[in-house]
Design a protein around this ligand. Structure first.
Ligand code: HXC
Length: 258
């Protein structure tokens, strides 16, 4: 299916979604978020797709929510639209792992979109920021919460209050991104990591994603119990039997998602 604001492809068991509003540095508007939700839901429903890569252009992952679309909105309109909430939920409810491959600007809603993914691989050109304060507003797609969880109060507060950008190097040092990669290798590396994830049991990767995410929602005792029960439950899968048998028999496992 063709999208107006996305380029969507598949590479074997990996789904690739490229944000595609080059004239607006991939600024996020309502149409783009609706399309993104549809594309992710399709991949999620497709048993062949076991990992997703979300990326932008060399200059911008996304430069934020579309300021031109938002500027004249009233508070009641924003409230009634529940602006961008459904788009965020569409990403949150995707059970297939999503890697954000970020080059260039990831600002405002762009930074928040990257943080809604499961982890971020950053090009050395990446710049992260929450510059909403310069527009007289604050982050509205979870930035004050997820940035604080990722980098701690001091850096999150400074970025949200002053609008300062973080380089890729600082973002890695601070725990916002998992790794920094030379810009010209970013997409290949993201696709290689995604292919590696796609090789695992999809039951186990979904369970791992749920369990890690639970760390943000609950206390340690509850989170550890949640993880333990998922771990026990995986012993009902053929993939667990296959994975452990393959190890013992010194061969590669063949995971079938059963
Ligand atoms: C609409 C945008 C845009 C945005 C860039 N453009 N960012 N349009 N919304 N967020 C458009 C510009 O208007 C311009 O269009 C074109 O993209 C190229 O941008 P330039 O500014 O000319 O490029 P450059 O000088 O290289 O500067 C890049 C930049 C700057 C530093 C990223 O564009 C910038 O500061 N953008 C805004 C970043 C921002 O404030 N983001 C937060 C948005 S609020 P024309 O037509 O003039 O060529 C937000 C809230 C999220 O995200 C919560 C929602 C619920």
């Amino acid at each position: 299916m063709a999208y107006a604001n996305l380029i969507v492809e598949t590479r074997d068991h990996v789904g690739l979604v490229k944000l595609n509003r080059p004239d607006a540095l991939n600024a996020l508007n309502q149409d783009l978020l609706t399309e993104l939700g549809e594309a992710l839901a399709k991949f999620d429903a497709d048993d062949k797709i076991r990992c997703i890569v979300l990326t932008g252009s060399a200059k911008a992952f996304a430069a934020g929510a579309d300021i031109k679309e938002m500027s004249d909105k009233t508070a009641p309109e924003m409230f009634k639209l529940d602006f961008f909430a459904e788009g965020c939920r569409a990403i949150e409810r995707t059970r297939t792992p999503i890697i954000a491959a970020v080059a260039g600007y990831a600002l405002g809603g762009g930074c928040e979109l990257a943080m809604l993914c499961d982890f971020i691989l950053a090009a050395d050109t990446a710049k992260f920021g929450q510059p909403e304060i310069n527009l007289g507003v604050i982050p509205g797609m979870g930035g004050t919460q997820r940035l604080t969880l990722a980098v701690g109060k001091a850096k999150a507060m400074e970025m949200c209050l002053s609008g300062r950008f973080m380089t890729a190097e600082e973002a890695e040092r601070s725990g916002l991104v998992s790794r920094v990669i030379p810009a010209d290798k970013l997409l290949d590396e993201a696709l290689a990591v995604a292919a590696k994830i796609a090789d695992k049991s999809p039951l186990a990767t979904m369970a791992a994603k749920e369990a890690v995410n639970r760390a943000f929602e609950t206390n340690l005792t509850e989170g550890v119990m949640f993880e333990r029960r998922l771990f026990h439950g995986l012993f009902a899968s053929e993939d667990q039997k296959e994975g452990m048998a393959a190890f013992i028999e010194k061969r590669e496992p063949q995971f079938r998602g059963r």
